[in-house]
Design a protein around this ligand. Structure first.
Ligand SMILES: [Zn+2]
Length: 402
């Protein structure tokens, strides 16, 4: 089923114009979280023979197309972002606690493995920022005065390696490398157990491809974790948990996107049970029509204009019946997984997982239901002014709930 979630994730990423093969594209976020972020304020750093120099502030209009060049990814609210691009909250604080703090952290982070040249490059920028701190602050303040009322900006850097040749941080390799490093930290580093679990040049258990790095703490749903030593096979060593379930960065990102998509479009509730309907296509890159049907379907529920078809009679509650009816009309080029779960605080418990239900099987059930509905007892027996119908609801209430 994990492959099904990954495929759904890849579909969701492509739908959102992101390439699942390019982790950077998936990781970066739009720094303009609202239309108020109209301006880009870029601190220009000029690379000269005598060293790195501050070259003023360049003000530009924000452009969505340059998202990858800005290389923004939100970090923790009190800490730094994952690159030296940040949304301006209070100018002084953003410059000190985000931009400068980012470089300070990088140059002192022992876990970060960089080429010597890269480290030198970053150290020089850091020194340049610190020694020009006051003038940069002043220039930034002057620029911000030109912002219209309720307009805001994004603070970033431009590196001028040759005269008038300005490079965004998203076009410089080392910044991308660090972004991926900090992003993937959660996938292999356990803060609780102070342990790393990753390996290099290994097969990913999800896509079966050899990957530069595989991570051992990818936990898309909280039912997989290594909290108890017994969960780790072979030596009970948490650092070795990547051997249990090695996942590459691309798959980790697709799984995350898949999880979000499932929450948005494939979540249902039946008589107090929560469950997901997870379709799995038999051919990779097969017809993704089924996903679009679920999207249209969810949209019609939200818009409140769902026309419920009574073709199959009422077996489940009305909305779910429509969802299953939709699947039952598909050809057998896909199967369906039903995952019943319970969610309490941080825990996610699987109650039941029914795998590989074919559309034809659902069709059979609906057809059988038609035959049963013709039985006299269901036609003639009136209970509470309603015909006693053969539904899961009635079965559920007829038998003691536990
Ligand atoms: Zn993979």
């Amino acid at each position: 089923m994990i492959e099904a979630i990954k495929e759904i994730g890849e579909y969701a990423l492509i739908k959102n114009n992101k390439n699942p093969e390019n982790p950077i594209e998936v990781i970066v976020e739009d720094p303009a979280s609202s239309p108020a972020y109209k301006h880009i304020l870029a601190i220009r750093i000029s690379v000269t023979e005598s060293g790195f120099e501050y070259g003023g502030i360049q003000q530009e209009e924000y452009s969505k197309e340059k998202k990858e060049k800005y290389l923004y990814r939100k970090g923790s609210s009190k800490g730094i972002d994952l690159s030296p691009t940040s949304r301006i909250t209070e100018l002084e604080k953003t410059f000190n606690n985000k931009t400068i703090a980012w470089f300070k952290k990088i140059v002192s982070d022992k876990e970060l493995v960089l080429e010597q040249e890269e480290t030198q490059f970053l150290k020089k920028i850091y020194t340049c920022l610190v020694s020009n701190k006051d003038i940069i602050s002043k220039d930034l303040n002057d620029k911000i005065k030109s912002f219209g009322k309720s307009e805001n900006g994004i603070l970033t850097l431009l590196v001028e390696s040759e005269k008038d040749h300005l490079t965004y941080i998203g076009d410089i390799n080392v910044f991308k490398k660090i972004l991926v490093h900090y992003y993937s930290e959660d996938l292999y580093h356990s803060v609780t157990y102070k342990v790393d679990s990753l390996s290099y040049d290994q097969l990913c258990s999800v896509c079966k491809n050899k990957s530069e790095e595989v991570y051992g703490l990818v936990s898309t749903y909280a039912f997989y974790n290594v909290d108890k030593p017994g969960f780790v096979s072979g030596g009970f060593e948490r650092s070795e948990s990547w051997k249990n379930y090695p996942v590459c960065i691309k798959c980790a990102l697709s799984l995350e996107a898949g999880k979000q998509y499932i929450e948005d479009y494939l979540k249902y509730n039946s008589y107090g049970f929560n469950y997901y309907i997870i379709p799995k296509l038999f051919h990779q890159k097969g017809n993704t029509e089924i996903y679009r049907s679920f999207e249209d379907y969810r949209k019609s529920i939200i818009d409140g204009n769902l026309s419920i078809k009574k073709e199959y009679g009422n077996l489940l509650s009305e909305t779910e019946e429509d969802a299953f009816e939709m699947i039952s009309k598909q050809s057998n080029a896909l199967s369906t997984n039903l995952l019943f779960y319970e969610k309490t605080n941080a825990a996610f418990r699987i109650l039941l997982c029914v795998e590989d239900v074919l559309p034809s099987k659902l069709r059979d059930l609906f057809e059988t239901k038609k035959t049963i509905d013709k039985k006299n007892i269901f036609k003639n027996c009136i209970w509470n002014d309603r015909p006693l119908s053969f539904t899961f609801e009635n079965i559920w209430y007829f038998y003691p709930r536990n």
